[in-house]
Write a protein that binds this ligand. Structure first.
Ligand code: PXG
Length: 292
């Protein structure tokens, strides 16, 4: 039997899992989502993902129609029904069906969708050799227009960045904020090593506060690697000793070139490799068991 997806309490075969064209998630990008991973029968950092989902929903005044406990159970149930132990989980809460106006008050019932499936990953050799990335001209949304820390269904800012990345033939790209500070990649956070310190842009750079980013900051402390959250520009990044990206899909991926400038020795750095190793160990150990 094929994969089934969860929509509002029921499972539907993938091909039949459909939502209304009047759902404001479709019409306006009105909703929130999470991308989560399960490794070896455990969901990695599920509670942190649920926290972020509820925080975004609160700001959007979107009432998630399930209790936190019920949503957690629904995620685990969907994974069990699909017999998935290593999986990508996409949790989506939309404003629900309304009329053609944008007023959310016309949408009485938000929808909850849980997509669980296998994952497509970057090729393993990219983690050995490191990737070459480019910066793009599309700037991050201003935090006072659409806060990038809300993982909302409107991803056009990142998609405009991604179109530039594709034209360059690169696997990922770096976005700057309105002040020209390095913010994050189109679907990943960014780290660099500067004078032996692991540096990543702070929340005020206008970024998504990634769960992988948070995990890496914790792992660095355990590894005795000093960390700092501070603003920096492309010039500083070009002259960094090491660089890597972090995200649920990408995990921790080394960067060896930015805009044609070689980073460090042009191979994944020592700190980067330590972080990759400890991250891979952690995801196999930690997490909410799918089987309860
Ligand atoms: N920044 C942005 C803009 C993101 O979309 C991250 C950082 C990393 O966050 P986490 O919590 O995953 O460490 C993301 C991740 C994909 C995919 O297919 C990833 C994301 C969204 C959509 C697709 O890899 N978000």
């Amino acid at each position: 039997m094929g994969i089934s997806y969860y929509i509002d309490g029921k499972l539907y075969p993938k091909e039949e899992a459909k939502v209304s064209v009047l759902d404001h998630g479709f019409l306006y990008g009105d909703g929130v989502f999470e991308g989560i991973r399960a490794y070896n029968g455990r969901v990695f950092r599920l509670e942190q993902h649920l926290d972020r989902l509820w925080q975004g929903a609160r700001t959007l005044m979107l009432q998630i129609p399930l209790s936190r406990d019920a949503l957690r159970k629904a995620v685990l149930w969907t994974l069990r029904e699909n017999k998935l132990r290593d999986a990508y989980i996409r949790l989506v809460v939309t404003r629900g069906v309304g009329d053609l106006g944008l007023d959310p008050r016309k949408c009485p019932r938000p929808s909850v969708i849980i997509i669980t499936d296998t994952i497509s990953l970057y090729p393993a050799e990219l983690y050995e050799r490191g990737m070459e990335v480019v910066s793009v001209s599309t700037r991050k949304n201003r935090t006072d227009a659409l806060n990038p820390n809300i993982k909302c269904l409107n991803y056009l800012n990142q998609i405009l960045g991604r179109l530039e990345v594709n034209r360059e033939g690169a696997p990922e790209g770096i976005m700057l904020n309105q002040d020209g500070h390095v913010a994050e990649a189109t679907a990943d956070n960014i780290f660099m090593v500067l004078k032996g310190i692991l540096v990543t842009p702070p929340a005020i750079a206008g970024i998504l506060l990634g769960i992988t980013r948070e995990t890496v900051l914790e792992l660095a402390v355990k590894e005795g690697i000093p960390t700092e959250e501070k603003l920096f520009g492309l010039h500083t990044l070009y002259n960094s000793e090491e660089c890597f990206l972090t995200g649920t899909g990408a995990e921790v991926v080394p960067v060896v070139k930015v805009d044609g400038r070689t980073i460090g020795a042009g191979v994944p750095g020592e700190m980067t490799r330590r972080i990759i190793k400890s991250f891979r160990e952690l995801v196999q150990q930690e997490g909410t068991p799918i089987d309860g």
